[in-house]
Design a protein around this ligand. Structure first.
Ligand SMILES: O=P(O)(O)O[C@@H]1C[C@H](O)[C@@H](CO)O1
Ligand code: HPA
Length: 211
């Protein structure tokens, strides 16, 4: 996909995630999702990549879930498990791909928290997310991953850390969307070969399994 639908644009979550079901119906078995996110983990730097090992779906806590409503049982069960959503083998594959390119130091594993946006978070909200165990925060992905998991897809997701979240009242630093876009643009030269390598590696693994 080139871009995605966001909840803050006014779409309901099921609509934001619908393209994933379309991809599944077209035969896709794997989802690789990426996003721009603010870094909460103090070890991260702008431009780093966080392989998502789990998520905290803040919208879901309020009962807003892409699976809300009658269950579409041709896609999956009413009550899908969310353990092991982010495939451990593919996370290892992604880490290996990064190491082979010499990017090992800028690739981390962490927990993504999904908020609704469009405003960036307050300092108090960011402190709360930090306390909850989030390593990064963004405005997408969790609902797409829930839908992919519901219909049995294998998921890899990662965040590009486009800004470091401010959790300190004493600073004059700020966050803005232009910074997010500019870091995204600059990181293209890393992200494109990174994803290509991962896709090649998954394809090779699938091929050797089918032989
Ligand atoms: O689609 P993603 O989650 O990558 O986009 C993030 C969230 C907002 O759309 C935007 C904030 O600057 O980047
Ligand atoms: O700091 C952020 N917060 C929420 N979403 C984001 N997307 C990019 N950066 C951020």
């Amino acid at each position: 996909m080139q871009g995605r639908f966001h909840y803050y644009e006014g779409y309901p979550l099921w609509k934001c995630a619908m393209p994933v079901r379309v991809m599944r119906l077209l035969g896709a078995t794997h989802l690789i999702a990426s996003n721009a996110a603010g870094g909460l983990n103090k070890c991260y730097k702008v431009g780093d990549i966080m392989l998502i090992k789990d998520h905290i779906n803040m919208l879901g806590f309020g009962g807003n879930n892409p699976l809300r409503g009658p269950n579409e049982s041709r896609f999956g069960p009413r009550f899908p498990s969310m353990y092991g959503v982010y495939n451990k083998n593919i996370i290892q594959t992604a880490k290996r791909c990064a190491a082979e390119e010499g990017w090992g130091d800028m690739v981390h594993e962490g927990v993504y928290s999904c908020v609704g946006g469009p405003n960036f978070e307050t300092i108090a909200e960011l402190r709360m997310l930090e306390l909850l165990g989030a390593d990064a925060v963004g405005m997408s992905t969790a609902h797409e991953v829930i839908i992919a998991t519901h219909c049995g897809m294998t998921v890899l997701a990662f965040s590009l850390i486009t800004d470091m979240c401010i959790t300190d009242y004493e600073t004059d630093d700020d966050v803005n969307h232009e910074e997010v876009l500019s870091v995204g643009k600059k990181s293209e030269k890393v992200l494109k070969p990174f994803v290509t390598r991962i896709v090649d590696s998954i394809a090779n693994q699938l091929q050797s399994k089918s032989c």
